[in-house]
Design a protein around this ligand. Structure first.
Ligand code: AP5
Length: 192
């Protein structure tokens, strides 16, 4: 298996680049944000509770997202590899993911970290909020709260994987195609 974490703050282009990378490398896309929004759309108890937290720009509890990832890994036993998007977001989630992959005799092969200036992130998300229907994109205060959560709780995930020399920073500003080429270049260097 070849497993990638696509890492970066809200609005850095993780979802956009994930679509292209999974098509090129035939990986299974696991986005905890998408999984949570499916629960919200289905009006499950989990979804109703998660929406209150997401609308404030805060993180959903670790055990909830780790449980979703555990099920997704179990449900895709023949996947050639996974592309994790928006997960892990805390040190505890990173440790849980490493352990889940170890049970499958696998590991994270590369963490691709997208770097984008904060003001561009806010502009991208406010623009998307005009049409996306995502309630956490419509309000600048919530967008800045999401970015603050990233700095406070999520940036440590990069530190965790730096210990294993797995993190590569990629400029996340430029055209979607330019960034895709830069990400592909880093992946190709590490493919078995
Ligand atoms: P999640 O769904 O993961 O959202 P996010 O991290 O806030 O990221 P976004 O989807 O907003 O941005 P992105 O980096 O994917 O960028 P995108 O490609 O969409 O999480 C939402 C919430 O769920 C969290 O706040 C939290 O509450 C909860 N949650 C999720 N996972 C969790 C976890 N593991 N633990 C706890 N809680 C969790 O691009 C953004 C915009 O920019 C788009 O409009 C796009 O078209 C545009 N764009 C993309 N690339 C470019 C480019 N190169 N130039 C110009 N514009 C671009």
């Amino acid at each position: 298996m070849f497993n990638i974490i696509l890492f970066g703050p809200p609005g850095s282009g993780k979802g956009t680049q994930s679509e292209k990378l999974i098509a090129k490398y035939q990986l299974k896309h696991l986005s905890t944000g998408d999984l949570l929004r499916s629960e919200i759309a289905a009006k499950t108890v989990l979804g109703i509770e998660a929406k209150t937290i997401m609308d404030k720009g805060h993180l959903v509890p670790d055990e909830v997202v780790v449980g979703m990832i555990r099920s997704a890994l179990e449900n895709n036993p023949t996947a050639k590899g996974f592309l994790f998007d928006g997960f892990p977001r805390t040190e505890a989630q990173s440790v849980a993911l490493d352990n889940l992959l170890k049970e499958k005799n696998s590991e994270i092969n590369i963490v691709l970290a997208l770097d984008v200036d904060e003001e561009e992130l806010v502009e991208r998300l406010l623009n998307r909020g005009l049409t996306s229907g995502r309630s956490d994109d419509t309000n600048e205060e919530v967008i800045r709260a999401r970015i603050a959560e990233y700095h406070k709780k999520t940036s440590v995930v990069a530190d965790h994987y730096k210990k294993f020399n797995k993190v590569v920073n990629v400029k996340g500003q430029g055209t979607v195609e330019e960034i895709f080429i830069a990400l592909s270049f880093e992946i190709d260097k590490r493919l078995p």
